[in-house]
Design a protein around this ligand. Structure first.
Ligand SMILES: [Zn+2]
Length: 261
């Protein structure tokens, strides 16, 4: 209740100056998003040899990329944005079927007749007409190579003993945009397969407990596969500055913290 008392005046002030959309009720099984007001998104533009890659940090595990005139939505969900205000998708990537990653209503909203959707088998039960990829598959979609890589828990489990994300069910994706390799890890721990990744330019690694990794686990993985740019995402209430501190001597990795909650 304490939270609602101070969030409401902020919503009123922001609406008065015209910067915020409607206050959005959020919640879910994975992360605490209740009572936040809709935020403005941060955007990074990365210059690559083959053109600019624009990354919009929507929130939690949700992203939007724009490259070569195409729009790629990653795990679009209504609790993170009003998708009626965002561009329709040329490509949608869905990492797994949990509610903070798969929202079939938003997928319908972003989809045109020619939109490509890359997803897992479990997601395909809720979204039809997509390209199902399993761990280890690779495919070229809209001219971009997409590799589906494993994303799962080893240590972090439900009280039943089941991992939050069982091996083989969810995907991470390595997407090659021109010559830039972008790794979107999905919900995973620092699994052995992550350390085999090669030539990753931009990596998104999840960092919230109990569902994904601690900052130490993210740092340990990043030191092995050394992405040029590392964005912690899906970080819930974890302080991303802990990761910055852990990797401060790793000059080859640029850790960028962007607003994802
Ligand atoms: Zn998640």
């Amino acid at each position: 209740m304490a939270r609602i008392r101070w969030v409401l005046p902020i919503a009123v002030v922001m609406m008065a100056i015209g910067t915020a959309g409607s206050g959005q009720a959020r919640g879910g099984e994975d992360g605490d998003h209740s009572g936040q007001v809709e935020k403005k998104f941060e955007v990074d533009t990365i210059k690559s040899k083959t053109g600019e890659i624009k990354i919009t940090f929507i929130g939690h595990g949700t992203l939007m990329f724009q490259y070569d005139g195409k729009v790629i939505h990653v795990d679009p969900v209504s609790r993170e944005a009003d998708y009626s205000k965002l561009p329709k998708a040329d490509l949608i990537l869905i990492t797994h079927e949990h509610g903070d990653h798969l929202d079939s209503k938003v997928v319908r909203m972003l989809r045109r007749a020619d939109t490509k959707i890359v997803l897992t088998k479990a997601c395909a039960e809720k979204v039809s007409g997509g390209i199902v990829m399993k761990n280890g598959d690779a495919s070229t979609v809209l001219g971009h190579k997409i590799e589906a890589v494993p994303a799962y828990n080893i240590l972090h489990k439900r009280s039943s003993g089941q991992p939050f994300h069982p091996k083989g069910r969810g995907n991470g994706y390595v997407v090659t945009l021109g010559k830039t390799r972008v790794y979107i890890a999905g919900d995973t721990e620092n699994i052995p397969e992550m350390k085999l990744l090669k030539k990753i330019d931009i990596a998104f690694l999840p960092m919230n407990l109990p569902y994904t990794m601690t900052p130490e686990m993210v740092a340990e993985a990043a030191k092995v596969f050394t992405p040029k740019i590392l964005y912690p995402y899906h970080y819930g209430r974890t302080d991303p500055n802990e990761l910055v501190e852990l990797l401060k001597d790793q000059k080859e990795i640029e850790v960028r913290v962007r607003k994802m909650r």
